[in-house]
Design a protein around this ligand. Structure first.
Ligand code: SF4
Length: 270
């Protein structure tokens, strides 16, 4: 598969700043209706590499941390219609983005290396990735996004359990480590400890002190890391980590992340 799952804002018309609705909150400093350009969006020029957001460098400080924690996973630049070309083109662009964005997110998870999962499970993941990639290439109006998410979620759950139980990184070989799915751990402290093999799916870790924590083989799918302190933490062997999760957290030169997840420049060189 030839997949581009990394956002290229310079090749997009700013769809993620136009299509969704925002409600004024701790994540967004203003209300914005769906399918309406954010007032901070400057007209992007295809092929230009700078970000279409006029406050890109200071999003969190200006009250838009929700934008830091969002990623289109390369769906935006894949939409061929341009919302600026009139109502028909806008409708086509918004409808395509509504399907491609979740499919690309699912593809990001399905292309996790997962070297420690059994071969038959890795084959199953590869087949699922091919199916989802084919859906993204086909008639998007026929895609049942909820069904795709449910099917892939079940598969990724089995991958997670297999990897976390695979011995290394588990205090009890053959048994997955702690289950903290969906737990509210906001502002919690775990500095200097080990969370290897723990599933933190959907956990709320905003502002948590995770300095120096070993997160090897921890499942971070959907975990909210906004403002979490990851200085010195080891995330290079985590499962299902994404660029926006990393970008919304605090790290430093000693923080490690998987090779396919870009390090924020504010963390300094690794
Ligand atoms: S604040 Fe910037 S990144 Fe967020 S929606 Fe507006 S233009 Fe986009």
């Amino acid at each position: 598969m030839d997949l581009d799952l990394v956002a290229d804002c310079g090749s997009c018309s700013g769809l993620c700043c136009v299509a969704p609705a925002f409600a004024r909150s701790a994540d967004f400093a203003l209300d914005k209706p769906a399918e309406t350009p954010c007032p901070n969006l400057r007209v992007s020029v295809p092929g230009r590499s700078d970000a279409p957001c006029s406050i890109h460098a200071t999003l969190s400080e200006r009250g838009f941390p929700g934008c830091v924690a969002f990623d289109c996973f390369g769906a935006g630049q894949r939409v061929s219609a341009d919302w600026r070309d009139g109502p028909a083109a806008a409708r086509e662009a918004f409808d395509a983005f509504a399907v491609l964005r979740p499919l690309h997110e699912v593809l990001w998870y399905l292309t996790e290396p997962c070297d420690d999962a059994p071969a038959e499970l890795r084959d199953e993941v590869a087949r699922a990735a091919s199916r989802v990639a084919a859906l993204a290439d086909g008639p998007l109006g026929e895609v049942d996004v909820a069904a795709v998410r449910a099917e892939v979620g079940e598969l990724l759950g089995r991958v997670s359990e297999a990897v976390r139980s695979s011995g290394r990184g588990s205090s009890a070989p053959g048994h997955a480590r702690a289950d903290l799915v969906g737990r509210d751990l906001r502002g919690g402290r775990a500095s200097g400890s080990s969370l290897t093999g723990t599933t933190l799916r959907g956990a709320l870790l905003m502002g948590a002190d995770l300095r120096g924590v070993d997160l090897g083989r921890a499942d971070l799918l959907g975990a909210d890391l906004r403002g979490a302190d990851l200085r010195g933490a080891s995330l290079d062997r985590t499962l299902f980590l994404t660029a926006p999760q990393v970008a919304s957290a605090r790290g430093d030169a000693a923080t490690t992340v998987p090779g396919r997840v870009p390090r924020p420049s504010s963390w300094g060189p690794a």
